[in-house]
Design a protein around this ligand. Structure first.
Ligand code: HEC
Ligand code: HEC
Ligand code: HEC
Ligand code: HEC
Ligand code: HEC
Length: 376
């Protein structure tokens, strides 16, 4: 009964979708038509269209979809994830370079229905990641991983630092940025090698969690993109925020509190890594560094040495250029954790391992206090 209802709706969607691809104008017109329908009767389709329209995926005026307005088109290195047309071209093609298509795309599209419900996006099973690994265990979350996988991996960092001395500054090095919201790289952990994984260490693979809540679309509604807390509280009781959730027994950050949300030790060790990066940069690389979360390329010369990035410091010409391989690796992992706001739930132990190992590696050369810290 439920099954047949669903297939009828999906047929309706297909017709709707075919019209959708015709032009962006028709997308808008149809959305309005569907929104008006939604007001009259609350059919599931109308509700879905409404939910999608209110979501960040449909926000055509956001920076993520308007960043290229001055250029007039979106380059192929960006269009896979920042344009519905680009995403479709990518998934209908060979996906030979992860996240990249070989042509620019017109402005004006977002993550429309057709990206996930038509063509390559509908049948997608295997997703290539920046590390070169193809992941086929994401189920209906595979399509999400196309865009939420980041743009670099631990291997990118390895390639850039090949045959270099760990602690010698090289003018050939520049900060390597994983990019935003790489939730799929976090979720897949050591399997996708999104993080910089230190030699000789082993890393958690996919955060399997529990069978019904193991992929993107189990937790996130694919249209609103929100996570319903009620789907968590059956097992994780007495929480007011997702960040309160705690199951692990170990005291990773050594503060004596094993009841605080798992997000807490991640945040503590993330702050410790920020301090360790600054200590190493001054003591070993010989030039003070400072991080700014909202200014590209994120790491700058701390000219006044006050440990904070002022507006004057956080400018591209003042970008940090005194990288050693060791510093670059730690900074890469720092940014990975900073840019996935849900990493404490996407793969908490992978995050803790990357933070711990980055701290430990810096402590080999600089005054970094590891006491009390425990690696999961
Ligand atoms: C593999 C997918 C992918 C590729 C390729 C990609 N991005 Fe992104 N980008 C994302 C995602 C996902 C976000 C996160 C948006 C969010 O959650 O707010 C993002 C966010 C951004 C933002 C920030 C928007 C804001 O809210 O401030 C900018 C700017 C941006 N990307 C620029 C670029 C540029 C420039 C390129 C090409 C050189 C590019 N991106 C390529 C996936 C990608
Ligand atoms: C980012 C990807 C994505 C976008 C964009 C998207 N959907 Fe979906 N949609 C999904 C996924 C994933 C499912 C669940 C499929 C499953 O679990 O097998 C789904 C399910 C559905 C269903 C089945 C009913 C249900 O609630 O499970 C319908 C109908 C539907 N989508 C219509 C739409 C329409 C119409 C749009 C555009 C307004 C849209 N979708 C946009 C990913 C997406
Ligand atoms: C075609 C690329 C693409 C696909 C496919 C995609 N996303 Fe996104 N997603 C983005 C971009 C770009 C943004 C930022 C949109 C904005 O800022 O308005 C985003 C935003 C989000 C956000 C909000 C992040 C925030 O900063 O608030 C969530 C959550 C999310 N996506 C989850 C998903 C899930 C779950 C799926 C699969 C069902 C998915 N995405 C599929 C590109 C994509
Ligand atoms: C176990 C449940 C779970 C799974 C599985 C999961 N997420 Fe999340 N995700 C969350 C929670 C909880 C948050 C934090 C949401 C909040 O604070 O509102 C989050 C946050 C996010 C954000 C950041 C939103 C923001 O505000 O910046 C994005 C993007 C995202 N998830 C995408 C994904 C993608 C893509 C996948 C699959 C690769 C995925 N998630 C898998 C539960 C999950
Ligand atoms: C059926 C029970 C169940 C449900 C429902 C459930 N979880 Fe879990 N959760 C677990 C179990 C069991 C673990 C421990 C798994 C492990 O460590 O491998 C866990 C671990 C976690 C952790 C890591 C905690 C830590 O201290 O390591 C987070 C974060 C989390 N869940 C978030 C969520 C979110 C968000 C939801 C709702 C979308 C959710 N869970 C729903 C059972 C559940």
């Amino acid at each position: 009964m439920i099954r047949s209802l669903k297939s009828i709706h999906l047929e309706t969607v297909s017709i709707f979708l075919m019209t959708l691809i015709v032009s962006v104008v028709s997308v808008l017109a149809l959305s309005v038509a569907y929104a008006q329908d939604a007001a009259k009767n609350s059919s599931p389709i109308a509700d879905i269209v409404e939910a999608w329209r209110a979501s960040p995926h449909a926000n055509g005026s956001s920076e993520a979809f308007t960043h290229w307005n001055d250029e007039g088109e979106i380059p192929g290195t960006c269009a896979t994830c920042h344009s519905g047309i680009g995403a479709q071209d990518y998934m209908n093609g060979p996906m030979s370079t992860p996240g990249v298509i070989d042509h620019p795309v017109a402005l004006g599209s977002t993550v429309e229905c057709a990206v996930c419900h038509e063509g390559g996006g509908k049948t997608l099973a295997s997703v290539p990641f920046p590390s070169g690994v193809a992941v086929d265990t994401l189920g209906s979350g595979a399509v999400c991983a196309v865009c939420h996988q980041g743009r670099a991996s631990g291997k990118t960092v390895d390639a850039a630092t090949l045959d270099m001395d760990e602690d010698t500054v090289s003018a050939d090095l520049a900060f390597i940025n994983i990019h935003y919201a790489a939730a799929a790289a976090s979720l897949m952990g050591g399997e996708a090698e999104g993080g910089y994984q230190y030699e000789g260490k082993s890393y958690k693979g996919k955060f399997a969690h529990v069978p019904n809540l193991a992929t993107c679309t189990d937790c996130h509604n694919p249209h609103t993109l929100e996570v319903a807390q009620a789907s968590c509280t059956t097992c994780h009781q007495n929480i007011s925020e997702f960040t309160d959730i705690r199951m692990s027994a170990m005291d990773f950050d050594g503060d004596g509190d094993t009841k605080e949300g798992i997000a807490n030790p991640i945040q503590t060790m993330h702050e410790q890594l920020d301090a360790a990066i600054r200590t190493y940069a001054s003591q070993v690389a010989g030039s003070a560094i400072v991080y700014h979360s909202g200014a590209y390329p994120y790491f700058f010369n701390d000219s006044d040495g006050d440990g904070a990035a002022s507006a004057d410091e956080a400018k591209f010409p003042n970008r940090y250029q005194t990288w050693t391989p060791r510093l670059l690796r730690a900074a890469y992992n720092y940014q990975l954790v900073a840019k996935d706001k849900g990493i404490y739930t996407h793969n908490p132990h992978y995050a803790l391992q990357l933070l711990y190992d980055s701290l430990e590696n810096l402590s080999e050369k600089a005054d970094v206090d590891m006491s009390g810290l425990v690696r999961p």
